[in-house]
Design a binder for this molecule. Structure first.
Ligand code: NAD
Length: 298
């Protein structure tokens, strides 16, 4: 397949490399020269603009930072909708708000361009390994058309329903993840303050009803688990600022739908403070530092 790939940054770069590895011909475009150079070095051909990238493509994949970038790349002058040939399949894997995803897909369809939203989980490690989970929103026919392309980049490809539902699944999962990480942090910090060995406490939680991904796979207390961000100064992993972004999307979607998300809003405020305290670049499990009396209390 002739694939256009727009946005080859931390996630898009390795995803583009996996599409190439699967034998597709890829033309890449990114406003950042260094990212584009890296994609070209891996075998993509170099586009000179969005319009040049998508001209003649059978499928377009975009992996952009946020909703305004998606709007501008798709709906802007010389954007994807004006430059792609009718029938081209559009796949947006950026994490954005469901309403924007639905609006852009609606406009795309009006121009004869079927579109799915396909945000991912799995982080940069999953992008490199080709093991991402894709949460896909769109018509069943378009989902089936996108599947082979998504299988080149991921392991779990899940149809979540109509347009925008991929984004719904993504932001609601991350809202729950943020709340569970904060809850785990709160319990770990309290147990330690009350004199319990954090490792023993984590073992109890992980065989009891408090167990969750944040406690048994990415425990925030340093030294409780090997190979997790907490045990290497919170480097790598899923950045606190990316979690803050997803909480913003979830609370904004909730506001528009007039649905209360009390814990989600609290989580957003806590991550906002955490970011303001200078931790935005660390893994999101570093939010436990908000509970420790001294910065190095462990
Ligand atoms: P990134 O900033 O590394 O990559 C985005 C790329 O888009 C950049 O290279 C940027 O130059 C390019 N770009 C921006 N505007 C553009 C335009 N108008 N035209 C062409 N290129 C443009 O971000 P990332 O970490 O790769 O994340 C991409 C998306 O994936 C985000 O929506 C993020 O929330 C989501 N996501 C990220 C992770 C992660 O761990 N990094 C995990 C899951 C989902």
């Amino acid at each position: 397949m002739k694939v256009a790939f727009v946005g080859v940054g931390h996630m898009g770069g390795p995803m583009c490399a996996n599409v190439l590895k699967a034998g597709h011909a890829v033309k890449a475009w990114d406003v950042a020269g260094a990212s584009l150079d890296a994609a070209v070095a891996k075998g993509a051909s170099r586009a000179t603009s969005v319009a040049d990238c998508v001209a003649g493509a059978e499928a377009v994949v975009t992996m952009l930072p946020s909703s305004p970038h998606v709007r501008s790349v798709y709906l802007g002058e010389n954007g994807v909708l004006s430059a792609a040939s009718a029938g081209t399949l559009l796949v947006d894997s950026s994490t954005i708000d469901p309403l924007t995803a639905r609006e852009v897909a609606f406009d795309a369809l009006a121009r004869g361009l079927p579109m799915v939203d396909a945000p991912v989980s799995g982080g940069t490690a999953g992008a490199v390994a080709g093991t991402l989970t894709f949460m896909v929103g769109g018509a069943p026919r378009d989902f089936e058309r996108a599947r082979p392309l998504l299988e080149a980049m991921g392991r779990n490809i899940v149809h979540c329903g109509a347009s925008g539902n991929g984004q719904v699944a993504k932001i609601c999962n991350n809202l729950l993840l943020a709340v569970s990480m904060i809850g785990t942090s709160e319990a770990m910090a309290l147990a330690a303050s009350l004199g319990m060995d954090p490792k023993v406490f984590a073992g109890i939680v992980n065989t009891s009803s408090g167990r969750c991904w944040s406690s048994d796979t990415c425990n925030p207390w340093p030294g409780v688990m090997d190979g997790v961000p907490a045990s290497r100064g919170y480097a790598g992993g899923f950045g606190a600022d990316l979690m803050l972004k997803d909480l913003g999307l979830a609370t904004e979607a909730a506001r528009a739908a007039k649905v209360p998300v009390l814990l989600g809003a609290l989580a957003q405020q806590l991550y906002q403070k955490h970011s303001a305290d200078g931790h935005g670049g660390q893994d999101f499990s570093s939010v436990i530092l908000q509970y420790l009396r001294e910065p190095d209390e462990k």
